[in-house]
Write a protein that binds this ligand. Structure first.
Ligand SMILES: [Zn+2]
Ligand SMILES: [Zn+2]
Length: 255
């Protein structure tokens, strides 16, 4: 099985899994990079998994479905091009012989879902759309800080070895912000140096892992005193964990 990050637009990745014959893709905002990869590797598209309704995640769905007959799966409570199988927490999808469990992760959008495969070649795999990024999290367009905190906590509780496939290459910008929050985090400084080198070589910084994100991502570290103190320095009214996350998100928007 192969895991590919197909670049799209300026900073999207369309994740593709294939076994040399059949493929699935996640959040195809544009059909062209997918059609190109299918042709290049001689693949039949079997399934399209969608995490949320934003155009840069669904823009290629109809063209791909009509061209390939692939089954489309997406969140139960969002407007996604029909026909699709609507999914929510606890539902399961089987594609390419892999089983994915659906996790509700509202916050970036109201009905955002993530797809978790417990065993992909010896370790878990997560497609989390625009909820969790390496070093950051999605903007709160339709949800509250408390919802995003609960969603990120559910993802943070997955096994440390879980490979995290996010939809955007936002890592370097996120890490600049993360260092402003935690200037003395040495794991963060090391990871930033690695990511700068990867981007200089035109390589993706993804997938990340849950274990790594727990060490470096301020949005998963809202219980740490260092992160809480930094959030309070930005917004003195900060109290509970959700308000720490809300303050970080507002700070990042202005950063
Ligand atoms: Zn989005
Ligand atoms: Zn997006």
């Amino acid at each position: 099985m192969n895991l590919l990050a197909l670049p799209a637009f300026t900073d999207n990745y369309i994740w593709m899994l294939h076994d040399g014959h059949r493929a699935l893709v996640v959040d195809p905002g544009d059909a062209q990079p997918v059609l190109h990869a299918l042709q290049q590797h001689g693949l039949q598209l079997e399934a399209i998994l969608v995490t949320h309704h934003h155009a840069d995640h669904v823009g290629g769905v109809t063209v791909l479905r009509e061209a390939t007959g692939a089954s489309v799966y997406g969140p139960a409570r969002e407007r996604i091009p029909e026909p699709l199988r609507r999914l929510s927490q606890g539902d399961r999808v089987t594609a390419l012989g892999l089983e994915f469990a659906v996790i509700d992760v509202p916050g970036h959008t109201a009905g955002h879902i993530a797809y978790y495969c417990a065993d992909y070649e010896g370790a878990p795999l997560l497609f989390c759309g625009d909820t969790l990024f390496s070093g950051g999290c999605g903007r709160l367009f339709e949800g509250t800080p408390a919802q995003m905190l609960a969603s990120l906590s559910a993802l943070a509780a997955l096994p440390g070895a879980t490979r995290v496939c996010c939809t955007h290459e936002y890592t370097l910008g996120n890490l600049k912000f993360a260092r402003a929050v935690e200037p003395d985090n040495t794991a963060l400084a090391q990871y930033q140096a690695q990511c700068v080198a990867l981007r200089a070589a035109d390589q993706p910084t993804l997938p990340s892992s849950i274990a790594l994100e727990l060490q470096i991502n301020p949005f998963l570290r809202t219980r740490q005193a260092t992160v809480q103190d930094a959030a309070r320095a930005f917004d003195a009214t900060t109290s509970d964990e959700a308000s720490v996350l809300g303050a970080l998100r507002t700070w990042k928007n202005q950063f």
